[in-house]
Design a protein around this ligand. Structure first.
Ligand code: NAD
Length: 550
């Protein structure tokens, strides 16, 4: 038994403490896993290990564990593997209780995990990497980040593949020779063939295995929100393998676990094509969002409402996917994926002319990363028009997440808004019906990793660790000077200007970042003595003049 002072804990977001396993727990755990997999084998179930049970891995693990054969019998036994670190270990005991380690707006996430853990008993989780020796298939869902060293200069960044490379080494050391390894992580193009495969091959040679490792790639298109599960299971997939055997195996596996009948699978010749599909898909999205930034500024300065312009354009079916960028883009993928491609061109594929080849993708990401700084300018200007200073003003930001009606705060534009206004001396409050803890602020000294918070690009950020998400909108509006409508959550769409002014105790500055306010509400705010500004909505000045004349 370990001495009490040696015991370390991992704390879940809800505050539940779990003691990290000690040496003797690893042996016991392996006995448990061997018994479970032996039983699964007798039931003809394939053993699948999912490495990394985060946003993607936890749900993918449950989808695989829910797979049935033609006779409606469960055909896979899934073991989620997670390193027993203080930061992540808690996900294992949570999963083993049948509770989702991720908070999702989609009720199917919890139902699916509970059903697979408790009822069909086809899903478990472990901290012991020796589980890899029992696997028929390993799915890699660990993160691969792109670290930016300056705000608004993506070219200066670098891919952080440490977690991925460590995972692959462990896999190569432990898997049986016929095991299929499927990388789902979004990677820099070339990673599967030129980084991952050599790592696996090296370990196989070291172990005296003659067979070539079976390695495949198929990226995730998961969308946080109410369709979380569907966005993995009932959605089009792309895949490829490093050789014919791997390509055939991955195709078969994905046909079994996903709804490829309604959402056909695309099989590419080589993994670099599957990897590039993901990077181009997200760079395309990032680019069409960034492109509207310049027209958003044009609109603000020339009496044009860009929201109405976009809606008019979208009437053409060929242009129907145009979207207003709001206060930046955010989310885990769009801000980084183009960076992985730009970086790979030089550091994996060996080309030196990346800066002349890549003109648009880096610029798009830089524009998206810095667009929200303009929200701080608008807030400053609105307050100035009311003869107030930003320094010392009380500002309420409505919406901390990166997208409407989800609780995902990763790289949200709102974070930059809060940080910039804090730097300028404002006192910030934040309301969000979907977010309980804003980890990017509360844990800014360690999250996403020590020294990597956006905090480092701004001054006076220390006390933001104390900022807590407000849940009572009426209360959080009391005595504010400015209200920033940052995200079009459903709750904010129906807000009534008369209530807002009553709850805040008088006229305030209102900043609309997402085309949330219809013209009649903008007019009403002006009638109530408020000042209104908005991203991309220059017609507001016209409404203001009309109210002043009236
Ligand atoms: N979240 C999304 O919306 C989304 C959408 C599409 C694609 N993706 C891609 O999916 C991948 C995973 O993203 P995510 O959102 O699930 O990330 P995440 O950070 O939520 O999860 C990664 C998990 O891997 C674990 N991990 C790290 N190193 C490990 C190791 N050596 N062994 C075992 N576990 C390890 C981490 O502790 C964590 O639990 C990324 O490449 C991402 O770009 C994510």
């Amino acid at each position: 038994m370990a001495k009490s002072e040696e015991i370390k804990y991992s704390v879940s977001p809800a505050g539940e403490k779990f003691a990290l396993p000690v040496k003797e727990d690893f042996k016991k755990e392996m006995v448990r896993l061997e018994a479970l997999t032996k039983k699964a084998k007798t039931e003809n179930q394939e053993i699948v290990v999912v490495m990394g049970v985060g946003f993607v891995g936890a749900v993918m693990a449950a989808i695989v564990a829910d797979t049935k054969d033609e006779k409606e019998k469960n055909s896979k036994f899934v073991i989620g593997y997670q390193r027993p670190s203080t930061r992540s270990y808690w996900k294992i005991p949570m999963l083993n209780k049948g509770i989702s380690p991720i908070k999702a707006e989609d009720p199917e996430v919890n139902q699916l995990i509970e059903r697979c853990v408790r009822k069909s008993k086809t899903l478990t989780a472990t901290f012991n990497s020796d589980v890899l020796s029992l696997a028929d298939c390993v799915i890699v869902d660990v993160q691969c980040d792109y670290i930016k060293n300056a705000l608004g200069d993506m070219r200066d960044g670098e891919a952080d593949m440490a977690a991925l490379e460590a995972s692959l080494k462990t896999i190569g050391e432990k898997i049986p020779e016929d095991c299929l390894v499927l990388i789902e992580t979004t990677v820099a193009p070339g990673t599967t063939e030129f980084v991952a495969w050599p790592i696996l091959k090296k370990e196989f040679v070291r172990r005296g295995i003659k067979k070539v490792p079976l390695l495949a790639h198929s990226f995730e298109r998961v969308m946080p929100g109410r369709e979380y599960v569907s966005s993995i299971r009932d959605f089009w997939r792309v895949c490829s393998g490093c050789n014919t055997e791997a390509r055939v195996r991955v195709g078969k596996f994905l046909h079994e676990v996903l709804n490829t009948k309604d959402y056909p699978l695309t099989v590419m010749d080589r993994p670099i094509e599957s990897e590039t599909t993901k990077i181009v898909e997200n760079s395309y999205r990032a680019t069409i969002l960034a492109f509207l930034n310049e027209w958003s500024l044009f609109a603000e300065r020339n009496g044009v409402d860009l929201i109405k312009v976009i809606n008019a354009i979208k009437m053409r079916p060929t242009h129907s996917n145009m979207i207003f960028p709001g206060p930046g883009v955010g989310g885990y993928c769009l801000p980084k994926d183009g960076g992985l491609g730009y970086w790979a061109y030089r550091h994996i594929l060996g080309f030196e002319d990346g800066d002349s080849v890549f003109q648009i993708t880096p610029t798009a990401i830089d524009i998206n990363d810095t667009r929200s700084l303009h929200v701080a300018e608008l807030t400053r200007d609105a307050l100035r028009n009311m003869s107030r200073y930003i320094a010392g003003s009380q500002v309420l930001v409505c919406g901390a997440s990166y997208r409407q009606d989800v609780g995902d705060t990763r790289y949200s534009g709102s974070e930059i808004v809060v940080r910039k206004l804090t730097e300028m001396g404002a006192d910030l409050r934040v309301h969000d019906p979907y977010v309980d803890h804003w980890y990017e602020l509360e844990s800014q000294d360690t999250y996403p990793a020590p020294g990597l918070s956006w905090k480092r690009f701004f001054r006076n950020q220390e006390h933001l660790t104390e900022l807590r998400i407000e849940k009572d909108l009426e209360k959080s509006l009391k005595s504010v000077d400015a209200l920033i409508l940052a995200v079009p959550h459903e709750q904010y769409l129906g807000l009534n200007p008369d209530d807002i002014v009553k709850w805040s105790g008088g006229p305030i500055a209102v900043i609309d970042c997402f085309g949330i306010l219809p013209d009649d509400k903008i007019r009403r705010y002006f009638e109530l003595g408020c000042e209104v500004k908005a991203l991309g909505r220059g017609h507001i000045q016209r409404i203001k003049k009309e109210v002043q004349k009236g």
